[in-house]
Design a binder for this molecule. Sequence first.
Ligand SMILES: [Zn+2]
Length: 75
Amino acid sequence: MSEILKPCPFCGGNVYNDFKTVDGKTQSLIGVYVICQSCDMVMRSEWLPSENSFSEIIEINNKLIERWNRRAKSE
Ligand SMILES: [Zn+2]
């Protein structure tokens, strides 16, 4: 994880990175999340087939963190 998460833009609380899986009808899907511990603000990536390689999932995660950090800018 090369990207560093900025605090929540809404409440300034600590945020953390998480991965969750959903069992679809034919395949398992994985979603990458950024979640605020204080106000339950959640940002999620698109669902990905869980057979994606770990490096692909990390790449998606880095993009999600970039999006989060852009939103976290005050201006
Ligand atoms: Zn928050």
